[in-house]
Design a protein around this ligand. Structure first.
Ligand code: HEC
Length: 299
């Protein structure tokens, strides 16, 4: 038989298939197996040598068989070797098997027994490639019907919904362990004195100019009383510091200047100042904020 793929290509293709299989089946974490386990390199080398050896043996055997052939057979093979692919015997046979066509000279045998004003009809075989694809479609349809309509497997919409739900869970999980990505929904109040001390320093450095070092209020409102313009509680305070106050009032957004982690510490520090009654506080601004009522309303 004529060889369609040259020997060297066969070696390369087989080698990479085996390489792929090894990488697929050996669990080597993030790094490829051949880097992690030096033994894999040895195995790959042996595989490569074996493949080359097998090719060499096959081609030698072919050669011997060829030498033993009678002259005319040799000539026939050589001629066959020279023909382009589409002319070769095996290609023609393959095409014949796939299409089951009748040669044009024998077309008369297919003629149907009618004649419409000179238009005649041939009764050609259905090409096997088409028939088998058709059977495959029927099998596919049957499996599809049972799987999705009877056993109730997920359709695309359901798959999408499940993936989105899973993604949400993963994002929430990720947010928990990545405090720098904290937002007002996930922020929690810190009570650890070390965190509050950091919050205090940050407050004194950034906020005291307007809110006073004791947070009694000056340009900005008093942050120690129970009255809040923009809402009390850790989540609202975090939101105000992150996004700023009402336009034109002077409280800027600290997003970008301070990290979410730092804003959480400052907000917790502010929460800890509640009821600290600094001297000459600014008069209360905004509405009375009662945590319990707010919590009940949120439900
Ligand atoms: C330039 C002056 C200024 C600076 C600096 C400043 N604030 Fe303010 N802050 C204000 C003003 C003015 C308001 C009132 C905003 C409004 O009425 O919308 C305010 C409002 C607030 C509120 C909401 C109070 C409420 O009643 O709802 C919080 C919380 C707050 N600031 C925290 C901070 C923190 C924390 C910092 C430092 C990181 C800071 N502020 C820096 C001027 C300032």
């Amino acid at each position: 038989m004529k060889k369609i793929i040259p020997a060297y290509l066969r070696v390369i293709v087989l080698f990479f298939i085996i390489f792929g299989l090894i990488e697929y089946f050996i669990d080597s974490g993030n790094r490829p197996a051949f880097l992690k386990f030096p033994m894999v390199n040895v195995i790959l080398l042996v595989v490569l040598i074996l493949l080359i050896a097998i090719e060499a043996v096959i081609s030698a055997a072919d050669n011997i068989v060829y030498q033993l052939l009678p002259e005319e057979e040799k000539a026939r093979l050589a001629a066959e070797e020279l023909k382009p692919l589409r002319e070769s015997v095996w290609f023609k046979n393959l095409m014949k098997k796939l299409t089951k066509t009748v040669p044009i000279e024998e077309e008369g045998s297919l003629l149907l027994n009618h004649d419409y004003d000179g238009i005649k009809e041939l009764d050609n075989n259905l090409p096997p490639w088409w028939v088998y694809s058709f059977y495959a479609c029927i099998v596919f349809a049957a499996i599809y019907l049972v799987r999705f309509e009877i056993l109730g497997a997920d359709n695309q919409e359901m798959e999408l919904k499940k993936e989105l739900a899973q993604a949400k869970i993963e994002v929430a999980e990720y947010m928990k362990n990545a405090p720098d990505l904290m937002d007002e929904k996930s922020v929690t109040q810190l009570t650890d004195p070390a965190d509050l001390a950091i919050g205090k320093t940050l407050f004194e450095n950034n906020c005291a100019a307007c809110h006073r070092a004791d947070a009694g209020g000056q340009i900005g409102p008093n942050l120690t009383d129970d009255h809040w313009i923009l809402g009390g509680g850790i989540k609202n305070i975090f939101h105000t510091i992150t996004n700023g106050g009402r336009d034109g009032k002077g409280m800027i957004s600290w997003k970008g200047t301070l990290k979410p982690k730092e804003i959480q510490k400052i907000a917790s520090y502010i929460m800890s100042l509640k009821g600290s009654n600094p001297k000459d506080p600014k008069a209360p601004d905004g509405d009375l904020w009662v945590e319990e009522i707010a919590a009940a309303e949120a439900k």
